[in-house]
Design a binder for this molecule. Structure first.
Ligand code: SF4
Length: 98
């Protein structure tokens, strides 16, 4: 997974000079970051990076709390996937005592 400083011409670097500029999530930073990220060609990749790696700041147009919510949802989905093999096995064997 690439980090934003490895992207080709990320809009934050082109316009402001630093892809890490929105680590500190002030109200002004948040609004500016969201507006610029919305136009950035790396928005999806950057948001994914932010969800997986970064705890603070705006990444790919998503704030700290927005990314935390998505990360929480993904943990729930992963839990569901982990229990699916047992459900599948029970349906195939007819044995509910596994
Ligand atoms: S999506 Fe936003 S934070 Fe990420 S590289 Fe683009 S402008 Fe920078």
């Amino acid at each position: 997974m690439r980090q934003p400083h490895q992207y080709e011409q990320p809009l934050c670097r082109e316009l402001i000079g630093d892809p890490d500029v929105w680590i500190e999530e002030t109200r002004d930073n948040k609004e500016t970051a969201k507006a610029i990220c919305k136009l950035c060609p790396h928005r999806i990749e950057c948001a994914e990076y932010g969800i997986m790696v970064e705890v603070l700041g705006v990444w790919g147009g998503l704030t700290t709390s927005e990314r935390a919510r998505i990360a929480d949802q993904r943990r729930i989905n992963r839990t569901k996937l982990l229990i699916m093999p047992n459900v599948y096995k029970r349906h195939n064997t007819g044995d509910d005592n596994d």
